[in-house]
Design a protein around this ligand. Sequence first.
Ligand SMILES: [Fe+2]
Length: 461
Amino acid sequence: MNRPAPVDHAHHPHLSGLFAPQREEVDVHDLEVEGDLPRDLNGSYLRNGPNPRFDPIGTYVYPIDGDGMVHRVQITDGSVRYTNRFVRTPRLVAEEKAGRALWAGITDPYFPPEEEVGPDLANTMRELPDINVVSHAGRLLALAEAAPPYALGSDLETLGRETFGGTLPVGLTAHPKIDPRTGEMVAFCYMLDPPYLTWSVFAPDGTVTRAPTPIDGADRPLMIHDMALTPTYIVLVLAPLVFDLAQVFSGGSPLDWRPELGTRIALVPRDGGAVRWFSTDTFWVWHTANAFDLPGGDVALDYVEWCYPGALTRQREPNRSTLSRAVIGRNGVTRTVLYERDMEFPRIDDRSTTLDHRVVATIGKSVSSNLPPGAADSLCWFDVRADTEAVWTHDSLAPGEPILMPGGGEDFWGTIATDREDMSSWFLIFPASDPASGPLARVRLPIRVPAGLHGAWVPAS
Ligand SMILES: [Fe+2]
Protein backbone atom coordinates (compact mmCIF):
# COMPACT_ATOMS: atom_id res chain seq x y z
CA MET A 1 0.00 0.00 0.00
CA ASN A 2 1.36 3.42 -0.96
CA ARG A 3 2.19 6.07 1.58
CA PRO A 4 -0.86 8.39 1.92
CA ALA A 5 -0.80 12.00 0.84
CA PRO A 6 -0.39 14.80 3.41
CA VAL A 7 -3.54 16.11 5.05
CA ASP A 8 -4.43 19.64 3.91
CA HIS A 9 -3.69 21.07 7.35
CA ALA A 10 -4.06 24.72 6.36
CA HIS A 11 -7.77 24.15 5.71
CA HIS A 12 -8.42 21.56 8.41
CA PRO A 13 -10.39 23.16 11.29
CA HIS A 14 -8.52 21.04 13.85
CA LEU A 15 -5.03 21.57 12.40
CA SER A 16 -5.19 25.34 11.93
CA GLY A 17 -6.08 28.45 13.94
CA LEU A 18 -6.66 27.62 17.62
CA PHE A 19 -5.81 23.98 16.93
CA ALA A 20 -2.60 24.51 14.91
CA PRO A 21 0.03 22.17 16.35
CA GLN A 22 2.75 23.56 18.61
CA ARG A 23 6.13 21.96 17.87
CA GLU A 24 8.23 23.97 20.34
CA GLU A 25 8.98 22.62 23.83
CA VAL A 26 9.91 25.12 26.54
CA ASP A 27 10.41 25.38 30.30
CA VAL A 28 10.14 28.98 31.49
CA HIS A 29 10.18 30.18 35.12
CA ASP A 30 8.96 33.36 36.82
CA LEU A 31 6.24 34.31 34.37
CA GLU A 32 4.67 37.71 34.78
CA VAL A 33 1.31 37.72 36.56
CA GLU A 34 -1.42 40.25 35.79
CA GLY A 35 -3.83 40.75 38.69
CA ASP A 36 -3.75 39.04 42.06
CA LEU A 37 -2.35 35.52 42.22
CA PRO A 38 -4.08 33.79 45.16
CA ARG A 39 -1.54 33.56 47.97
CA ASP A 40 -2.37 30.05 49.12
CA LEU A 41 -2.66 28.44 45.69
CA ASN A 42 0.21 26.02 45.13
CA GLY A 43 0.25 23.18 42.63
CA SER A 44 0.21 22.29 38.97
CA TYR A 45 -2.49 22.70 36.34
CA LEU A 46 -1.85 19.95 33.78
CA ARG A 47 -3.48 19.54 30.40
CA ASN A 48 -3.10 17.11 27.50
CA GLY A 49 -4.30 17.41 23.92
CA PRO A 50 -3.78 16.26 20.34
CA ASN A 51 -0.73 17.93 18.84
CA PRO A 52 0.73 16.13 15.81
CA ARG A 53 4.55 16.22 15.91
CA PHE A 54 4.68 16.22 12.10
CA ASP A 55 2.16 17.22 9.48
CA PRO A 56 -0.31 14.30 9.35
CA ILE A 57 -0.69 11.98 6.38
CA GLY A 58 -3.80 10.19 5.19
CA THR A 59 -6.55 11.34 7.56
CA TYR A 60 -6.85 13.41 10.72
CA VAL A 61 -9.97 12.94 12.84
CA TYR A 62 -10.58 15.18 15.84
CA PRO A 63 -10.54 14.34 18.75
CA ILE A 64 -9.00 10.92 18.20
CA ASP A 65 -5.86 11.60 16.17
CA GLY A 66 -2.69 13.49 17.09
CA ASP A 67 0.35 13.01 19.29
CA GLY A 68 0.08 13.94 22.94
CA MET A 69 1.53 17.16 24.32
CA VAL A 70 1.25 17.84 28.04
CA HIS A 71 1.24 21.43 29.25
CA ARG A 72 1.90 22.36 32.87
CA VAL A 73 1.39 25.64 34.69
CA GLN A 74 3.12 25.26 38.06
CA ILE A 75 2.45 27.75 40.86
CA THR A 76 4.91 27.79 43.75
CA ASP A 77 4.75 30.48 46.43
CA GLY A 78 3.64 33.15 43.99
CA SER A 79 6.01 32.12 41.21
CA VAL A 80 4.61 30.68 37.96
CA ARG A 81 6.43 28.27 35.63
CA TYR A 82 5.24 26.85 32.30
CA THR A 83 6.54 23.60 30.81
CA ASN A 84 5.36 21.59 27.80
CA ARG A 85 6.54 18.26 26.41
CA PHE A 86 5.49 15.79 23.77
CA VAL A 87 4.53 12.35 25.02
CA ARG A 88 7.26 10.34 23.30
CA THR A 89 5.93 6.93 22.29
CA PRO A 90 8.24 4.59 20.32
CA ARG A 91 6.34 5.59 17.18
CA LEU A 92 6.88 9.29 17.81
CA VAL A 93 10.59 8.64 18.41
CA ALA A 94 10.72 6.75 15.09
CA GLU A 95 9.06 9.68 13.35
CA GLU A 96 11.52 12.12 14.93
CA LYS A 97 14.38 10.01 13.53
CA ALA A 98 12.75 10.10 10.10
CA GLY A 99 11.86 13.80 10.37
CA ARG A 100 8.32 13.24 9.11
CA ALA A 101 5.06 11.43 9.86
CA LEU A 102 5.31 7.69 9.23
CA TRP A 103 1.95 6.58 10.58
CA ALA A 104 -1.30 7.69 8.97
CA GLY A 105 -4.41 8.87 10.78
CA ILE A 106 -6.39 6.37 12.81
CA THR A 107 -9.08 5.94 10.12
CA ASP A 108 -6.56 5.31 7.33
CA PRO A 109 -5.72 1.64 6.60
CA TYR A 110 -2.04 2.41 5.87
CA PHE A 111 0.65 1.13 8.26
CA PRO A 112 4.37 1.78 7.75
CA PRO A 113 6.32 -1.25 6.47
CA GLU A 114 9.18 -3.04 8.22
CA GLU A 115 11.89 -1.51 6.02
CA GLU A 116 10.79 1.92 7.28
CA VAL A 117 10.22 1.35 11.01
CA GLY A 118 11.78 -2.05 11.82
CA PRO A 119 10.12 -5.35 12.74
CA ASP A 120 8.73 -4.31 16.14
CA LEU A 121 6.73 -1.33 14.89
CA ALA A 122 5.82 -2.52 11.40
CA ASN A 123 2.09 -2.89 10.78
CA THR A 124 1.17 -1.52 14.22
CA MET A 125 -1.29 1.22 15.09
CA ARG A 126 -0.23 4.67 16.22
CA GLU A 127 -0.55 5.13 20.01
CA LEU A 128 -2.51 8.19 21.09
CA PRO A 129 -1.83 9.15 24.73
CA ASP A 130 -3.16 12.62 23.97
CA ILE A 131 -6.51 12.75 25.73
CA ASN A 132 -5.99 13.23 29.44
CA VAL A 133 -3.37 13.47 32.15
CA VAL A 134 -3.99 12.23 35.70
CA SER A 135 -1.96 11.86 38.85
CA HIS A 136 -2.47 8.82 41.08
CA ALA A 137 -0.23 7.13 43.64
CA GLY A 138 2.69 9.33 42.65
CA ARG A 139 2.35 8.38 38.99
CA LEU A 140 1.70 11.03 36.36
CA LEU A 141 -0.03 9.35 33.43
CA ALA A 142 -0.74 10.60 29.91
CA LEU A 143 -3.82 8.67 28.89
CA ALA A 144 -5.04 7.29 25.59
CA GLU A 145 -8.43 5.86 24.69
CA ALA A 146 -8.52 2.16 25.65
CA ALA A 147 -4.74 1.70 25.54
CA PRO A 148 -1.79 1.67 27.94
CA PRO A 149 -0.99 5.12 29.32
CA TYR A 150 2.48 6.65 29.35
CA ALA A 151 4.20 7.57 32.61
CA LEU A 152 5.75 11.04 32.79
CA GLY A 153 8.58 12.25 35.01
CA SER A 154 8.89 15.38 37.13
CA ASP A 155 9.99 17.42 34.11
CA LEU A 156 7.19 15.92 31.98
CA GLU A 157 9.74 13.69 30.23
CA THR A 158 8.30 10.41 28.97
CA LEU A 159 9.34 7.48 31.17
CA GLY A 160 7.61 4.79 29.13
CA ARG A 161 4.47 2.76 28.60
CA GLU A 162 2.73 1.89 31.89
CA THR A 163 1.19 -1.57 32.06
CA PHE A 164 1.12 -1.71 35.88
CA GLY A 165 3.53 -4.60 36.10
CA GLY A 166 1.93 -6.37 33.16
CA THR A 167 -1.50 -6.55 34.79
CA LEU A 168 -3.09 -4.14 32.28
CA PRO A 169 -1.45 -4.92 28.92
CA VAL A 170 -4.57 -3.82 27.02
CA GLY A 171 -4.70 -0.52 28.88
CA LEU A 172 -7.46 1.63 30.31
CA THR A 173 -9.82 4.46 29.53
CA ALA A 174 -8.62 8.05 29.19
CA HIS A 175 -11.16 8.96 31.90
CA PRO A 176 -10.53 6.86 35.03
CA LYS A 177 -12.06 8.21 38.22
CA ILE A 178 -10.37 8.66 41.58
CA ASP A 179 -12.55 8.14 44.64
CA PRO A 180 -11.57 10.90 47.09
CA ARG A 181 -12.93 8.86 50.03
CA THR A 182 -10.92 5.69 49.40
CA GLY A 183 -8.05 7.01 47.28
CA GLU A 184 -8.73 4.26 44.75
CA MET A 185 -8.56 4.84 41.01
CA VAL A 186 -11.25 2.92 39.11
CA ALA A 187 -11.06 2.40 35.36
CA PHE A 188 -12.66 0.53 32.51
CA CYS A 189 -11.30 -0.54 29.16
CA TYR A 190 -13.14 -1.49 26.00
CA MET A 191 -11.70 -3.79 23.39
CA LEU A 192 -12.58 -5.04 19.95
CA ASP A 193 -12.89 -8.72 20.91
CA PRO A 194 -14.78 -10.51 23.70
CA PRO A 195 -15.22 -9.78 26.54
CA TYR A 196 -15.40 -6.25 24.96
CA LEU A 197 -15.45 -4.46 28.32
CA THR A 198 -13.52 -4.81 31.61
CA TRP A 199 -13.06 -2.82 34.81
CA SER A 200 -10.09 -2.49 37.15
CA VAL A 201 -9.21 -0.94 40.51
CA PHE A 202 -5.92 0.61 41.66
CA ALA A 203 -5.25 1.01 45.38
CA PRO A 204 -4.08 4.36 46.80
CA ASP A 205 -0.50 3.04 46.58
CA GLY A 206 -0.95 2.26 42.87
CA THR A 207 -1.11 -1.53 43.12
CA VAL A 208 -3.77 -3.24 41.04
CA THR A 209 -6.30 -4.65 43.49
CA ARG A 210 -8.74 -5.74 40.81
CA ALA A 211 -7.19 -7.00 37.61
CA PRO A 212 -9.26 -6.43 34.45
CA THR A 213 -12.62 -8.07 35.16
CA PRO A 214 -15.08 -8.76 32.31
CA ILE A 215 -18.39 -6.90 32.48
CA ASP A 216 -21.03 -9.56 31.83
CA GLY A 217 -23.61 -8.49 29.28
CA ALA A 218 -21.30 -6.45 27.04
CA ASP A 219 -22.12 -8.06 23.72
CA ARG A 220 -20.38 -6.02 21.01
CA PRO A 221 -17.35 -3.74 20.55
CA LEU A 222 -18.49 -0.21 21.39
CA MET A 223 -16.60 3.02 21.79
CA ILE A 224 -17.18 4.30 25.34
CA HIS A 225 -15.27 7.47 26.15
CA ASP A 226 -15.98 8.17 29.81
CA MET A 227 -17.38 6.63 33.00
CA ALA A 228 -18.73 7.77 36.34
CA LEU A 229 -18.32 6.44 39.84
CA THR A 230 -20.48 6.28 42.95
CA PRO A 231 -19.56 4.72 46.30
CA THR A 232 -21.46 1.63 45.09
CA TYR A 233 -21.23 1.49 41.30
CA ILE A 234 -19.22 2.13 38.19
CA VAL A 235 -21.63 3.78 35.74
CA LEU A 236 -21.09 3.13 32.03
CA VAL A 237 -23.19 4.50 29.19
CA LEU A 238 -23.07 2.20 26.17
CA ALA A 239 -24.27 4.20 23.17
CA PRO A 240 -24.45 2.37 19.83
CA LEU A 241 -21.15 3.55 18.29
CA VAL A 242 -19.95 0.18 17.06
CA PHE A 243 -16.44 -0.73 15.91
CA ASP A 244 -16.48 -2.31 12.48
CA LEU A 245 -12.87 -2.62 11.32
CA ALA A 246 -13.92 -4.31 8.08
CA GLN A 247 -15.21 -0.93 6.94
CA VAL A 248 -11.69 0.56 7.12
CA PHE A 249 -10.40 -1.75 4.43
CA SER A 250 -13.18 -0.67 2.11
CA GLY A 251 -12.30 2.97 2.68
CA GLY A 252 -14.79 3.67 5.47
CA SER A 253 -14.66 4.64 9.12
CA PRO A 254 -13.89 2.02 11.80
CA LEU A 255 -16.94 3.29 13.70
CA ASP A 256 -20.58 2.82 12.78
CA TRP A 257 -23.41 4.72 14.50
CA ARG A 258 -26.40 2.35 14.80
CA PRO A 259 -29.16 4.34 16.54
CA GLU A 260 -31.63 1.50 16.08
CA LEU A 261 -29.77 -0.42 18.82
CA GLY A 262 -30.62 2.12 21.53
CA THR A 263 -28.38 3.19 24.40
CA ARG A 264 -27.76 0.99 27.43
CA ILE A 265 -26.47 1.88 30.88
CA ALA A 266 -24.55 -0.55 33.07
CA LEU A 267 -24.29 -0.24 36.83
CA VAL A 268 -21.29 -2.35 37.77
CA PRO A 269 -21.18 -3.01 41.54
CA ARG A 270 -17.79 -2.12 42.98
CA ASP A 271 -18.11 -5.08 45.35
CA GLY A 272 -18.01 -7.45 42.36
CA GLY A 273 -21.75 -8.26 42.34
CA ALA A 274 -23.93 -8.88 39.29
CA VAL A 275 -24.04 -6.09 36.69
CA ARG A 276 -27.40 -4.25 36.41
CA TRP A 277 -28.36 -3.34 32.84
CA PHE A 278 -30.84 -0.69 31.69
CA SER A 279 -32.09 0.26 28.22
CA THR A 280 -33.18 3.69 27.07
CA ASP A 281 -33.66 5.80 23.95
CA THR A 282 -30.63 6.41 21.79
CA PHE A 283 -28.31 9.22 22.81
CA TRP A 284 -24.58 9.80 22.86
CA VAL A 285 -22.30 10.92 25.68
CA TRP A 286 -18.67 11.92 25.44
CA HIS A 287 -18.34 13.06 29.03
CA THR A 288 -19.91 12.53 32.39
CA ALA A 289 -19.78 15.17 35.12
CA ASN A 290 -20.34 12.87 38.12
CA ALA A 291 -22.63 10.25 39.59
CA PHE A 292 -23.84 9.55 43.10
CA ASP A 293 -26.05 7.13 45.00
CA LEU A 294 -29.61 8.16 45.84
CA PRO A 295 -31.64 6.97 48.81
CA GLY A 296 -33.38 3.71 47.92
CA GLY A 297 -30.61 2.37 45.73
CA ASP A 298 -31.04 4.46 42.59
CA VAL A 299 -28.14 6.28 40.95
CA ALA A 300 -28.02 9.85 39.60
CA LEU A 301 -25.72 10.54 36.67
CA ASP A 302 -25.01 14.07 35.38
CA TYR A 303 -23.54 14.18 31.88
CA VAL A 304 -23.49 16.12 28.62
CA GLU A 305 -25.95 14.47 26.28
CA TRP A 306 -25.72 14.64 22.48
CA CYS A 307 -28.06 13.27 19.82
CA TYR A 308 -25.18 11.49 18.08
CA PRO A 309 -21.34 11.50 18.15
CA GLY A 310 -20.73 14.37 15.74
CA ALA A 311 -17.99 13.97 13.16
CA LEU A 312 -17.56 10.28 13.96
CA THR A 313 -20.75 9.56 12.03
CA ARG A 314 -22.10 10.47 8.61
CA GLN A 315 -25.11 12.17 10.19
CA ARG A 316 -25.33 15.87 9.55
CA GLU A 317 -28.62 16.92 11.14
CA PRO A 318 -28.50 19.41 14.05
CA ASN A 319 -26.81 17.90 17.09
CA ARG A 320 -27.72 19.64 20.32
CA SER A 321 -26.04 19.25 23.70
CA THR A 322 -27.64 19.40 27.11
CA LEU A 323 -26.44 19.01 30.65
CA SER A 324 -28.72 16.17 31.66
CA ARG A 325 -29.40 14.00 34.67
CA ALA A 326 -30.28 10.33 34.37
CA VAL A 327 -31.81 8.62 37.38
CA ILE A 328 -31.15 4.91 37.01
CA GLY A 329 -32.69 2.15 39.05
CA ARG A 330 -36.12 1.00 40.18
CA ASN A 331 -37.97 2.86 37.41
CA GLY A 332 -35.47 2.13 34.70
CA VAL A 333 -33.82 5.25 33.26
CA THR A 334 -35.41 8.69 33.65
CA ARG A 335 -33.55 11.47 31.80
CA THR A 336 -34.09 15.14 32.60
CA VAL A 337 -32.57 18.15 30.84
CA LEU A 338 -30.93 20.41 33.43
CA TYR A 339 -29.52 23.05 31.06
CA GLU A 340 -29.59 23.44 27.30
CA ARG A 341 -26.54 25.14 25.80
CA ASP A 342 -23.67 24.38 23.44
CA MET A 343 -21.26 22.89 26.00
CA GLU A 344 -18.65 20.21 26.67
CA PHE A 345 -15.86 19.15 29.04
CA PRO A 346 -18.01 19.03 32.22
CA ARG A 347 -16.00 19.13 35.44
CA ILE A 348 -16.87 19.23 39.10
CA ASP A 349 -14.80 19.84 42.21
CA ASP A 350 -12.90 16.55 42.17
CA ARG A 351 -13.32 16.29 45.96
CA SER A 352 -17.05 15.70 45.25
CA THR A 353 -16.47 12.75 42.91
CA THR A 354 -19.00 10.00 43.83
CA LEU A 355 -20.92 12.48 46.02
CA ASP A 356 -23.87 14.84 45.51
CA HIS A 357 -22.00 17.69 43.77
CA ARG A 358 -23.20 21.27 43.53
CA VAL A 359 -21.51 22.90 40.52
CA VAL A 360 -20.76 21.54 37.05
CA ALA A 361 -18.36 23.70 35.03
CA THR A 362 -18.09 23.40 31.25
CA ILE A 363 -16.75 25.20 28.23
CA GLY A 364 -19.50 26.76 26.16
CA LYS A 365 -20.26 28.69 23.01
CA SER A 366 -22.34 31.79 22.69
CA VAL A 367 -25.06 31.60 20.07
CA SER A 368 -23.17 33.82 17.65
CA SER A 369 -19.89 31.91 17.76
CA ASN A 370 -18.77 29.95 14.74
CA LEU A 371 -16.10 27.86 16.39
CA PRO A 372 -15.24 24.26 15.47
CA PRO A 373 -16.07 21.40 17.86
CA GLY A 374 -13.80 21.48 20.90
CA ALA A 375 -13.32 25.27 20.82
CA ALA A 376 -15.28 27.71 22.97
CA ASP A 377 -15.72 31.36 23.82
CA SER A 378 -17.32 30.87 27.23
CA LEU A 379 -17.06 29.12 30.53
CA CYS A 380 -20.28 28.04 32.24
CA TRP A 381 -20.97 27.07 35.81
CA PHE A 382 -24.24 25.26 36.51
CA ASP A 383 -25.37 25.05 40.12
CA VAL A 384 -27.50 21.93 39.89
CA ARG A 385 -28.83 22.32 43.43
CA ALA A 386 -29.84 25.98 43.20
CA ASP A 387 -30.81 25.67 39.50
CA THR A 388 -28.79 28.71 38.51
CA GLU A 389 -26.11 29.26 35.92
CA ALA A 390 -23.18 31.65 35.63
CA VAL A 391 -21.48 32.37 32.32
CA TRP A 392 -18.28 34.19 31.38
CA THR A 393 -17.92 34.99 27.70
CA HIS A 394 -14.98 36.72 26.06
CA ASP A 395 -14.79 38.41 22.65
CA SER A 396 -11.47 36.85 21.69
CA LEU A 397 -10.24 34.42 24.35
CA ALA A 398 -11.04 30.76 23.72
CA PRO A 399 -10.93 28.92 27.06
CA GLY A 400 -10.24 25.23 27.55
CA GLU A 401 -11.39 22.76 30.18
CA PRO A 402 -12.05 24.42 33.56
CA ILE A 403 -10.49 22.62 36.53
CA LEU A 404 -11.18 23.40 40.17
CA MET A 405 -8.09 24.37 42.18
CA PRO A 406 -8.50 24.37 45.98
CA GLY A 407 -6.62 27.20 47.66
CA GLY A 408 -6.08 27.65 51.35
CA GLY A 409 -9.73 28.08 52.30
CA GLU A 410 -10.86 29.55 49.00
CA ASP A 411 -11.39 27.70 45.71
CA PHE A 412 -10.54 28.77 42.17
CA TRP A 413 -11.17 27.58 38.63
CA GLY A 414 -8.23 27.47 36.25
CA THR A 415 -8.05 27.18 32.48
CA ILE A 416 -5.72 27.83 29.58
CA ALA A 417 -7.18 30.20 27.00
CA THR A 418 -5.87 31.37 23.63
CA ASP A 419 -6.66 34.69 22.01
CA ARG A 420 -8.24 34.16 18.59
CA GLU A 421 -6.94 37.52 17.36
CA ASP A 422 -3.24 37.42 18.23
CA MET A 423 -2.89 33.73 19.23
CA SER A 424 -1.39 34.57 22.63
CA SER A 425 -2.12 31.99 25.33
CA TRP A 426 -3.01 32.72 28.91
CA PHE A 427 -3.54 30.86 32.17
CA LEU A 428 -6.67 32.26 33.78
CA ILE A 429 -7.69 31.99 37.44
CA PHE A 430 -11.34 32.58 38.36
CA PRO A 431 -12.76 32.88 41.90
CA ALA A 432 -15.08 29.92 42.50
CA SER A 433 -17.27 32.18 44.65
CA ASP A 434 -18.13 34.39 41.63
CA PRO A 435 -16.58 32.96 38.47
CA ALA A 436 -18.73 34.98 36.07
CA SER A 437 -16.94 38.10 37.34
CA GLY A 438 -13.96 36.96 35.27
CA PRO A 439 -10.36 36.08 35.99
CA LEU A 440 -8.78 37.65 39.05
CA ALA A 441 -5.33 36.78 37.72
CA ARG A 442 -3.94 35.91 34.32
CA VAL A 443 -0.53 34.76 33.23
CA ARG A 444 0.79 35.19 29.68
CA LEU A 445 2.27 31.86 28.61
CA PRO A 446 5.53 31.96 26.66
CA ILE A 447 4.20 30.04 23.65
CA ARG A 448 0.82 29.44 22.04
CA VAL A 449 -1.01 26.48 23.56
CA PRO A 450 -3.25 24.71 21.03
CA ALA A 451 -6.85 24.10 22.04
CA GLY A 452 -6.82 20.69 23.72
CA LEU A 453 -8.70 18.24 25.86
CA HIS A 454 -8.41 17.23 29.51
CA GLY A 455 -6.21 17.55 32.54
CA ALA A 456 -5.92 17.78 36.29
CA TRP A 457 -4.93 20.02 39.17
CA VAL A 458 -2.20 18.41 41.25
CA PRO A 459 -1.74 20.22 44.60
CA ALA A 460 1.84 20.82 45.73
CA SER A 461 2.93 18.05 48.07
FE1 LIG B 1 -12.67 13.14 26.89
